[in-house]
Design a protein around this ligand. Sequence first.
Ligand code: SF4
Length: 979
Amino acid sequence: MVFIILNKYGLKPLSVFRWPNYIEIMSYKHSPTLIEKVAETLKIIPRLHSEPKDEIPSLTEPGDLTDYPPPEQWDDWVEYEAKGWAKKQKKHYSIIPTTCFNCESACGLLAYVDKENGKIRKFEGNPYHPGSRGRNCAKGPATINQINDPERILYPLKRVGKRGEGKWEKVSWEDVLDDIAGRIRKALQEKRNNEIVYHVGRPGHEGYMDRVLKSWGVDGHNSHTNICSSGARFGYNIWHGDDRPSPDYANANFILLISAHLESGHYFNPHAQRIMEGMMSGAKLAVMDPRLSNTASMANYWMPSYPGSEAAVLLAMVKVMLDEGLYNEEYLKTWVNWDQYLTKEHPEVECSFENFIDTLKKVYADYTPEFAERESGVKTVTIVEVARLIGKAGSRFACHNWRSAGSGNLGGWAVARCLHFLTVLTGSVGTVGGTSPSGWNKFKPIFFDNPPAQKFWNELHFPNEYPLAFFEMSPLLPHFLKEGRGRMEVYFTRVFNPVWTYPDGFSWIEALTDEEKIGLHVAMTPTWNETAYFADYVLPMGHASERHDINSYETHSGMWIAFRQPVLREAARRAGIETTFTYETNPGEVWEEDEFWIELSWKIDPDESLGIRKHFKSPYREGEKITVDEYYRFIFENIPELKEKAENEGLSALDYMKKYGAFEVEKTSYQKNLKELSPTDVEGSKVDPKSDIVSKNGKNIGVKIGGKTVTGFPTPSRKQEFFSQTMIDWKWPEYTIPTYIKSHVHPDKLDIEKGEFPLVPTFRLPVLIHSRSTNAKWLTEIANRNPIWIHTSDAARFKLKTGDLVRVNTEIGYFVDKVWVTESIKPGVLACSHHLGRWRRPEDGKGNSWGTNLVSIKNLEKGKWKMSTIRGIKPFDSDDADSSRIFWSDGGVHQNITFPVHPDPTSGMHCWHQKVRLERAHDDDKYGDIFVDTDKSFAIYKQWLAMTRPAPGPDGLRRPLWFPRALRPDDDTYYIDKQ
Ligand code: SF4
């Protein structure tokens, strides 16, 4: 049993306290009443007040962490039963660390394995995890729901009948591997390498899949990033070659969030802890968001900006700070490519820093706070006040934009770019209390073997129309297939559910059911989802406690590595039982990807003629297949600090990670741009006398600053790039410096009289996981509906009250939802949470009944799809008694399926915000009704495609060489003519 307790400031909602400790606190001063004494004497209740001293060991831990069992007792931890504590009923547990899989943060978990029955009883936080420090959000402990879900997939399934018909048969892992391996082998032998695709939803694995795909020689990595975060990534990358911010909230004096980041953002439990620490030490918080989110309600400044106007507000702050001298001259002079800017863009002025500042003032003169107020609705006085506080915070200014505005708008990437401008102006890049590039906090493992980069470029993922697309153009995949740009022989979807999470889900259904375009669809998933219904194989993969993985993320200004491990396998090992495969200890035959890929790769190349097997041979046993333990052993024992620490405890590095689950590689990771190049790097390098750039073998590797040769940033100038030659080279000269781009939902583009609104469909509910919480009963119980947020003034205009049905018309169809009339949304803006509206059809049988509506889907005529709700959620029979106690009936509405694709022509990010027309529901409309015309969605794809400026760029490149790719192919493939 866990409790979430607020401290006296109400600022620590994420702390989890354990039950026995709570009892100890609660009963500490209690003296028995007369009635209690009599009841005890008569044995009506247990004798509570004169028992001998507690026999259970106390919860102790050195330092601040006082609520966790000491690790020397993790092999046999004893505590009282929650319901039997009064009788002193004891339970013996094996406590085994792993990491949460319910968002990217990978917080530490401790699994309590009941030694009596070998089952996991509960999950709590792991105090040894440097990112989460023993705390979790609601989704962490709810892992227990996921593993005990009575409707989970327990065995590999193969489709029977037509794809999508809902008929399945149980098959063996051996048969699955043989079938898939045979198809891949044939494709590789026939040089159809680009027909093998791995499409990841929830990532992880720190390089594991890169190794697998490279060993196969396929350019087969696809991801969900272009519906998630690539807008913000692009904005950060264009500045300094790293695509994510890593704010040092705990030490900041001022924090600015373009989102509800405190409650539901990226790495949100680790970040939330540190935002609160910062605030409790006096930091001020400003939140820019059209919704009064929980985060905004905790802020000192809520800036309810019109969607898409954020960059205008940020540039107005830039102007205030420039005009008032609130900038860090030393930092700008040293670390910004201002001289390049003046030389190229303003040859008429002398190249001096003073002239740079003067030019900036002129260039941004029109971004007055009054202009920003007109665009955003945020008051001038607030903009000025916040700008001054940011300037005053100086190098202790921390900020973040991840999804939110960066993922909602045409040109949303400019929001992150303008936000980072503030970081540069204040000189808070990588400082104590500032914001670092993400790469400084991320541990990069050393592998036992590194296959060469693939020699293929897959234009289904990186088409020439989007040369700067930060990640794969995955939302367009169905349209590319429709246009005949390619096909896929084997398509793996891994914890990935585009039919439901992506825009334009019916186009995905059309593509997935076309066996010509997709030869074999393999859905690797821990739970049923709307995409798995249209698979050929559904392969059950483990939840957090049922798989191996390593994690390392930029949760704060340090660096850590954590070990996700299958806890029942580890419990078996502690009990002296060795296993070969993880499915031997998991429920049913639930497996894990790591071992699956080793076995599959081995089978693809039985005679070693494809050169694949050699990449899966043990570094410890000559010629033999590597085991998953050996894979991680090699990584861990190649971290010298970890190896040393483990040896001090008489453990191997692998055993240390099995025991503690995490290791802190660096306590702090500030200002790595100042790291001096090693003598080996410097040897044979050249320094450009004009720019001071240090290069070697044709690559820029550092920069000379103040007589020292330092690393700098991974950009062409090795500095912060205020001015981007890349944007000029790739045909976007209007975006050479940070600027404001008007969104596709700008008021100029709406007809308010006709009932048009911008719809913000991106906000998250803190307790839900994108598409994996419908199997977690606690989470679904807390959040199960997604009404349209509408301001009271707009509701009055439409004569709506809370609960009324509306029809929300998008460019390709409509959905019917209820409204929630509230003051917590900016007037003129609608919002709807992206989590709910999960569904299954009658033919899909059981699965996720805690939160799926039962729907019927009809293809009325070519391209015209209608979805109707047959019924909402209701109690169901299962082994879990709670399934008969379901009291909620509303499962929400699937809004995303009614959205067309909106690929930003520069960053490639899908621009989620929608221009919609609101009307009262029609007489025959029912809650949850959905209509979509996929011919219209194809036409809108074409409209947005026409906005692109395709490759080639300089030298016949299809993409700048300095731009990263998730699975980077050989450099030659970057040249269109060389492939
Ligand atoms: S923040 Fe993410 S990783 Fe951490 S407990 Fe919550 S869901 Fe799990």
